[in-house]
Design a binder for this molecule. Structure first.
Ligand code: PHE
Ligand code: ZN
Length: 897
């Protein structure tokens, strides 16, 4: 068991105070040794004249302190709650020099925060508060310094020595050791510091930016992985070109490096000039990575690169402002992926995928015990606030600003933001203010204070739309109203500023020109109205027939939209809506409606089919449509997830929802059998592998078709389609097709699944990322007669299983707890007991990862009995454990409310 430093208490945004000292320069010298690394930290500091004189308090964690010198002489100091406190510093405003000599033990660092060893290579992770695990420091983002770093290590074991900035000098030392000296010309907060030392090789690329400056790009990986770095490098070059073209933001470094590690808590990290990535978001070859992996790599490489401006050049004043960099950077990476995708239809597909994540992960967070505003007011452990609310909802808040000021206006706002704040640590207010000031005539500027409630109020607003048509006057009145349920600590909400993009469809599906009362003539067929009151009415004139309103197009705001559409209205939108997002949404609403109808019925055995025949025919028409994109068809034909269905209910019976969704899938599989077979034939061959959205979409639809055909066949004991799937599994020319075939067999529970799984493991035994997929597929496989949990326990006995590697833990434990509702929510509570056991086991190794797993039971209070009581007991068991990390304690305390 590791040592826990006392119970932490909450930190409040309102308590922010500027630092009492500034650190101007830092010179770090590392003698790298896995068991005992020596760190000499030489800083130039000065008092902050704006703050009353006080002691210097430096953060530190799990460090061994050897020596402290002030201006070269010994000094008195004391320790207080982990902090190093210096009271007798030189008087006055003159800078002084502080030298601190410490040691730490990277090979004991299983938390993967600070300096650690992964497969014999040293890595650092300093966001949010890892730098204090390397040396004593003012470890807060508003203290920005210039760093020089000297790395010394054994040359044979650690031939490559990297840090931020530019390589100044390198050479040999005695005893087989060598050194490298790095200097980063850009001031930065400590969370952006990084070093890497080990046996690595690089793919290199020289590029010239628009200004003519030369840059060296490198992707560093282990020797056997070089052939899997091409896509990451291409993505990096595309990111650089995109940021320059769309926002005029150039690469400001001579050298930009990406390094991959297989031990990483998150996706990747934007350290200045030295991004460190989870291997999952770097390595890809057609034989080992799926289309989804390729797309994720492009977006994560983009995301980290875009942080160079939004995060690094302008950073956060304090961690409550985290969404300043994360929400904005997610928005930027989403736009990047859309611009890369090209066609309007591929853009819509990306938008639908992003909204799906928002609605299945962020909406539940916003409705549960961990709900918090995009800019939180307090936290116990900052690592718990790297949430979908900060990231994805934060991106939606930026997107709404984009929609309110327009594409050009947004670019102007970005320009002003950098003119004002380059080199500073600022707040979410500063960003919104720059956007508004650059667009003084916009709806954003007019309503800025009210708009900023999106930053301060938690919870998902509910928008109700009611329409009425008067044939006599040809006026269509649309009344919009909004409300937002209480969230922890926020019982009452004020109205939000909600941009609603809309259009009106005539009964034949035509888009009607829009003319509001008082306007001289009809305008375009789509416009954005702003809902800012609790209730507002819009009167459209010259409407010749009763229209169907297509609302919230492109998901123009992160809200729940309620509208009493008839089935016919929704079928009309599914067939004709000019907005691809709402076309998809109409199909989802129809399927959801069918699910809720059945769940509301007393009888759990449906009398007839679950899906109304008209819906099945409409879905058939989409599947066979000659023009629609295969990727879009695939999304339309996917039944809403169990989590999404559950979110609509006050009391959740996960087994009933699971059985119902499976039954709906089987109905779709059987009813459209011939159409699935045709879709499979039409899309099964995509030629030489390319990860572009169009061919990925074809593979996705072919994969779904195969899965549906296997599902129907297994139900009837027909061996043909499972046989074809097995053949496909063996012959596939790329991982996407191979994995889709494997998963079709596993999901339908066919006996060929076993030999296929064995063969798959034998083929890819040396490739950790592929073995992760192998584990994840089995851990999330549908439960048959309660066998999922024993199967998961068995997987954990496999020689390849390891709890301490986060990717591997996620592939088994998280896949079971988060992606296998039918297997996890057992009436006997054994799934929850397993969860409690694994949270505690992980907490002893890696509190950040443990705290993420601890979130699996967030929504326990809505579960029906017997699940509810069993879930509560499991959470209480975790909460009652001695020596819990602050991370897990905060999560379970909030969960129990
Ligand atoms: N800042 C990283 C990102 O979003 C995420 C991260 C947070 C990584 C904390 C590691 C630790 O890009
Ligand atoms: Zn980020």
């Amino acid at each position: 068991m590791m040592m826990r430093e006392g119970q932490a208490t909450a930190i409040h945004r309102q308590d922010y105070a500027p630092p009492a000292y500034w650190i101007d320069t830092v010179e770090l010298t590392f003698d790298l040794d896995p068991a005992k690394t020596r760190v000499l930290n030489k800083m130039r500091l000065r008092r902050n004249p704006q703050v009353p004189a006080q002691a210097l308090r430096l953060d530190g964690e799990e460090l061994n302190l050897a020596r402290v010198l002030v201006n070269g002489a010994g000094t008195s100091f004391k320790m207080d709650g982990g902090q190093l406190v210096l009271e007798n510093l030189p008087e006055g405003d003159e800078p002084f020099e502080l030298e601190i000599f410490t040691t730490c033990a990277p090979d004991k660092n299983t938390q993967l925060s600070g300096l650690y060893v992964s497969e014999g290579t040293f890595f650092t992770q300093c966001e949010a508060q890892g730098f204090r695990r390397i040396t004593y420091f003012l470890d807060r983002p508003d203290v920005m310094a210039t760093y020089s770093v000297l790395l010394r290590a054994d040359k044979a074991a650690y031939p490559v020595l990297l840090s931020n900035g530019n390589l100044v000098e390198s050479g040999e030392l005695e005893d087989g050791r060598h050194f490298a000296r790095w200097h980063d010309p850009h001031r930065k907060p400590s969370y952006l510091f990084a070093l890497v030392a080990g046996k690595l090789v690089a793919r290199e690329q020289k590029i010239k930016s628009r200004s003519g400056a030369e840059h060296l790009l490198q992707v560093w990986v282990r020797a056997g992985d070089l052939h899997k770095t091409e896509h990451a490098m291409n993505s990096l070059m595309a990111s650089i070109a995109w940021d320059e073209a769309r926002f005029g933001l150039p690469l400001d470094l001579e050298r930009f490096m990406i390094v991959a590690t297989s031990d990483f808590n998150m996706g990747a990290m934007e350290n200045k000039g030295l991004n460190i990535f989870n291997t999952k978001y770097v390595l890809a070859s057609p034989a080992t990575a799926t289309d989804t992996d390729f797309a994720h790599i492009e977006s994560v490489v983009g995301h980290e690169y875009f942080h160079n401006w939004t995060g690094n050049r302008v950073t956060c004043r304090d961690w409550f402002q985290l969404s300043l960099k994360e929400g904005l950077t997610v928005f930027r990476d989403q736009e990047f992926s859309m611009d890369m995708a090209g066609s309007p239809s591929a853009r819509a597909v990306k938008r639908i995928e992003d909204v799906r994540v928002l609605r299945t992960v962020q909406f539940p967070e916003d409705a549960g015990p961990q709900a918090h505003p995009v800019r939180p007011d307090s936290y116990v452990e900052i690592n718990n606030f790297y949430t979908v609310t900060i990231y994805e909802k934060g991106a939606e808040v930026v997107r709404m600003q984009h929609n309110l000021v327009g594409r050009e206006g947004f670019a102007r706002g970005m320009k002003l933001y950098f003119e004002r704040h380059d080199g500073q640590a600022v707040t979410c207010d500063d960003f919104a203010q720059a956007m508004a000031d650059a667009n003084p005539d916009s709806e954003l500027a007019r309503r800025l204070d009210q708009f900023k409630r999106w930053y301060s109020q938690a919870g998902t607003p509910r928008v109700r739309a009611e329409g009425s048509y008067d044939a006599q006057s040809q006026i269509y009145t649309l009344t919009l109203s909004q409300s937002c349920a209480p969230t922890p600590g926020q019982p009452d909400k004020q109205p939000f500023v909600i941009p609603v993009a809309l259009g009106l469809l005539a009964p034949d599906g035509r888009a009607l020109p829009l003319q509001l009362e008082g306007e001289p003539e009809a305008g375009a067929t789509e416009r954005t109205v702003v809902l800012a009151e609790a209730r507002q009415s819009l009167r459209f004139v010259n409407v010749p027939e009763p229209p169907v309103p297509s609302l919230l197009r492109g998901f123009s705001a992160p809200v729940l939209l309620e509208c009493d559409y008839s089935d016919e209205d929704l079928l009309l939108m599914l067939a004709h809506d000019g907005d691809a997002f709402n076309r998809w949404e109409a199909g989802q609403r129809l399927m959801l409606r069918a699910a809720l109808r059945q769940l509301g019925a007393d009888d759990s055995k449906p009398a007839g089919p679950l899906l109304p025949p008209a819906l099945v025919e409409a879905l058939r028409a989409v599947l066979n449509h000659p023009q629609l994109d295969p990727a879009f068809k695939d999304l339309v034909l996917t039944v809403p997830s169990e989590t999404y269905i559950a979110e609509q209910l006050d009391e959740v019976d996960p087994q009933r929802i699971h059985a119902l969704r499976e039954a709906m899938r089987l109905e779709l599989a059987t009813a459209l059998r011939g159409d699935w077979a045709a879709a499979w034939e039409a899309h099964r061959d995509t030629g030489a592998y390319r990860p572009d959205p169009l061919s990925a979409g074809r593979r996705a639809l072919a994969g779904t078709a195969l899965a549906m055909l296997c599902l129907a066949a297994c139900q009837e004991g027909d061996p043909v389609w499972p046989g074809k799937a097995y053949q496909r599994f063996k012959d596939a020319g790329n991982m996407t097709d191979r994995f889709n075939a494997l998963s079709a067999l596993v999901v339908c529970g066919h006996e060929l699944a076993q030999p296929a799984l064995e063969r798959f493991h034998a083929l890819f035994r040396g490739d950790a990322l592929v073995i992760d997929k192998w584990f994840a597929l089995q851990a999330s496989a549908p439960d048959r007669g309660g066998r999922a949990l024993p199967a998961v326990r068995q997987l954990m006995q496999h020689p390849d299983f390891q709890l301490r590697n986060p990717n591997r833990a996620r592939s088994v434990v998280f896949s079971y707890c988060n992606a296998n509702p039918g297997g996890f929510h057992r009436a006997d509570g054994a799934g929850y007991a397993f969860w409690a056991e694994q949270v505690l086991a992980l907490d002893a190794l890696n509190p950040q990862v443990a705290a993420r797993l601890a979130r699996s039971l967030d929504r326990w209070a809505r579960l029906a009995e017997p699940y509810r009581a069993a879930a509560r007991a499991a959470i209480e068991r975790v909460a009652g454990h001695d020596g819990l990390s602050n991370d897990v304690r905060e999560v379970v305390t909030r969960a129990l409310g």
